[in-house]
Design a protein. Structure first.
Length: 182
């Protein structure tokens, strides 16, 4: 003999979940993670070997690589890393951010970010590079954290080691507090 499955099965499950959350109290719901806009890292080539057409393809790849690494590490640390696509036209118009006097702040606000991360790689030569970042409170523009790491050698490995150092030792340690905390 088959036992019929009641049609109200899903609503009852939803009801029990809601009742459980109410019973556990207001702290039971997940605390909203801090929303972060991580803008693409930029390259400032002062090496004298720059090309007027822009960064070399391998350096564009490395900029993407370290930007993705920062986004990944912030996500792992509990932050809500925002999709920048809705503001892509404004980002393209304002870039490079190193020349725009905080013009990225209204873009981050429009995305709903609470904090933002901007970064710059300065290429002094093909052997000497410097990775820099700033983390800012979007509401006030105040710099909450900043860091810089000199790296040697223009390779994927050296760029990743540099950004790994910055994330571990400048961006997330000591842990962020206040609005910047996840």
């Amino acid at each position: 003999m088959r036992i019929p499955v009641p049609a109200f099965r899903l609503p009852v499950s939803g009801f029990f979940l809601a009742a459980l959350l109410v019973a556990l109290g207001p702290g039971a719901a997940a605390h909203a993670a801090t929303r972060v806009a991580v803008f693409d890292f930029e390259l400032l080539d002062t090496s004298g070997e720059f090309d007027l057409r822009g960064p070399k393809p391998e350096e564009v790849h490395r900029l993407d690589l370290i930007t993705d690494e920062v986004r990944h590490r912030l996500t792992q640390a509990g932050y809500d890393v925002l999709d920048l696509t809705p503001q892509q036209a404004q980002i393209a118009e304002a870039a490079p951010f190193r020349n725009c006097n905080n013009c990225e702040l209204p873009i981050a606000r429009a995305l709903g970010a609470e904090i933002e991360v901007i970064g710059l790689v300065q290429k002094v030569s093909n052997l000497i590079l410097n990775i820099n970042f700033q983390l800012r409170d979007v509401a006030t523009g105040q710099v909450l954290r900043a860091g810089s790491a000199d790296i040697r050698n223009n390779t994927d490995e050296s760029w990743l080691r540099g950004i790994s150092y910055l994330v571990r030792n400048r961006l997330l340690d000591p842990p962020l507090t206040g609005k910047a905390a996840p």
